[in-house]
Write a protein that binds this ligand. Structure first.
Ligand code: PGA
Length: 246
């Protein structure tokens, strides 16, 4: 499987940052043995995806319903029409800030799949859960409850320990390996051989320095990258590491 490196711009990025996306696209084109993606704010999806050669543009959320009275929300069809090919769902920031639970994430995944957008389903434990030895249990429960109703053709899973996001801290390599193996095992139990087609990304303070070591681990098929995806200068070394480890 190609390594997948997907940037998550979160609530960052104005029209003036389209030049950075252009630069990232040019670098992504140099590494054609990997998949490079950028999940940008909804306001940038349309302009970001136009004329891009290599980078795949995604959204950061979508609503579970097709349409209707949901002020301020965007349906999967809307982000698709704007140009998104994938959508991040159940990021821990949305689970915390917007109170999203795994059942809702699963419904959103169904909406994404119905609209032919690849869901990127995020799971991850808190520091307290990690320290009390519950990481595997929490991630397993979250994962199984967040999956779509039917076997998807395309789906990406991101393991993001909450305490590693934006903090500069990452788990021990062995801890990452263990959780990725658990995720792969659960996907295999549920979907059989199709599990081999679902990339499992690591997310949380991935950068140019630690990417290579992380991407060498079994079942680490790529990364979901926040802070280090905001500029081409910081993102490029991660893309290079992925290309070298593909
Ligand atoms: P970070 O964010 O790389 O800035 O830690 C990752 C994420 O939240 O997806």
């Amino acid at each position: 499987m190609k390594k997948h490196i997907i940037g998550n711009w979160k609530m960052n990025g104005m029209q003036s940052h389209l030049t950075e996306i252009q630069k990232i696209d040019e670098i992504a084109a140099l590494f054609d043995n990997i998949m490079t993606g950028l999940c940008v704010p909804a306001t940038l999806i349309y302009s970001a995806h136009k004329d891009k050669k290599a980078v795949i543009i995604g959204a950061q959320d979508c609503h579970q319903s097709k349409e209707g009275a949901h002020t301020g929300c965007l349906s999967a069809a809307m982000v698709k029409e704007a140009g998104a090919k994938m959508v991040i769902l159940g990021h821990s920031e949305r689970r915390q800030d917007q109170g999203e639970n795994s059942r809702l994430v699963s419904q959103k995944a169904d909406a994404a799949i119905d609209n032919n957008i690849t869901p990127i389903i995020c799971v991850g434990e808190s520091l307290a859960q990690r320290e009390s030895g519950q990481a595997e249990k929490i991630v397993s429960e979250q994962l199984l409850a967040s999956l779509p109703s039917n076997k998807p053709q395309k789906m990406i899973i991101a393991y993001e320990p909450i305490w590693a996001i934006g903090t500069g801290k990452i788990p021990q390599m062995e801890e990452v390996r263990e959780i990725h193996e658990v995720i792969f095992r659960l996907l295999t139990q549920k979907y059989g051989d199709a599990a081999n087609d679902y990339p499992i990304l690591y997310g949380g303070s991935m950068n140019g320095e630690n990417a290579s070591e992380l991407l060498k681990l079994a079942h680490v098929d790529g990364g979901l990258v926040g802070g280090a995806s905001l500029t081409a200068d910081k993102f490029a070394p991660i893309l290079k590491a992925a290309s070298q480890n593909s």
